[in-house]
Design a protein around this ligand. Structure first.
Ligand SMILES: [Zn+2]
Length: 263
């Protein structure tokens, strides 16, 4: 599913093509999405990311907020191009046409009639996260991997990047968060920024159906160190990469680098 780097990629690419465009028409193809009343005729003033959600800011403080969930993504096309399979929603303008493509149909879109409230939870790309994370974790016994993926605390990290962050930081994914030292939080915060920033510069990870705004695959899958590498050798120490479930999610780790038996 799209995580922070994928949604940030969409934001950056959308800003290049849609800011200043006036929406001429909206067309809901999948009725499950509901309606988009009051959007046609409005001009796009900004694009913002809130964790894994994307907000299209419109005139008069209206906004459209998209959650991509499992398989949602956006595609920018010229007006008149054919609609791809699994298109659920089309937003047209004179600049071009934006489609929501989503085979599993879990993505949502909502119309807000005032500025989107900033949700709880910190953004991992913001500075000063290490002490904030440490404070939030003081009274929690969650495993660090579940903590990093808890959107109420930190917005935007999913399974792929959580595995990668913990491997680079040499941290056991099952480690209880109230046992981490300030230095370890500093390492986690710094590693998180490094990995997410690198993944954004690669336009995300295309291990399944992720494509960028223009339909091209991302490139971070070529840089993955543990995710989807079960049975292969760790690039750092040569040990075999393992996979075990943690809170229901396949968790990839190096037993040696991460000093970890797998829960
Ligand atoms: Zn290793």
């Amino acid at each position: 599913m799209p995580e922070l780097p994928e949604v940030e990629t969409l934001c950056r690419q959308l800003r290049q093509v849609i800011i200043g465009a006036t929406i001429t028409k909206t067309r809901i193809i999948d009725a499950k999405l509901g309606t988009l009343k009051g959007i046609a005729g409005k001009t796009v003033s900004g694009i913002n990311r809130h964790g894994k959600a994307l907000a299209i800011e419109l005139a008069e403080n209206h906004s459209l907020v998209l959650h991509f969930r499992m398989t949602g993504r956006l595609l920018w096309q010229h007006n008149g191009d054919g609609l791809p399979p699994h298109t659920r929603l089309v937003i047209s303008s004179h600049h071009g046409r934006l489609s929501l493509i989503d085979p599993r149909r879990f993505a949502t879109v909502t119309v807000h009639k005032k500025r989107t409230d900033i949700p709880l939870g910190s953004d991992p790309l913001d500075d000063g996260n290490a002490s904030h994370l440490g404070e939030m974790a003081q009274h929690s016994t969650l495993p660090i991997k579940s903590f990093l993926m808890d959107q109420r605390r930190i917005r935007g990290i999913g399974n792929i990047y959580a595995c990668e962050i913990l491997h680079q930081a040499r941290m056991d994914p099952w480690r209880r968060v109230n046992t981490l030292s300030p230095d370890e939080w500093h390492e986690i915060a710094e590693t998180t920024q490094q990995i997410l920033t690198r993944a954004i510069s690669c336009r995300g990870t295309s291990v399944s159906d992720w494509r960028d705004l223009f339909g091209k695959e991302g490139e971070y899958q070529g840089h993955l160190r543990v995710y989807s590498r079960e049975g292969a050798a760790c690039y750092r120490c040569g040990e075999e990469i393992k996979r075990k479930k943690l809170s229901g999610r396949g968790t990839y780790y190096c037993p040696t680098c991460q000093q970890c038996e797998g829960g």
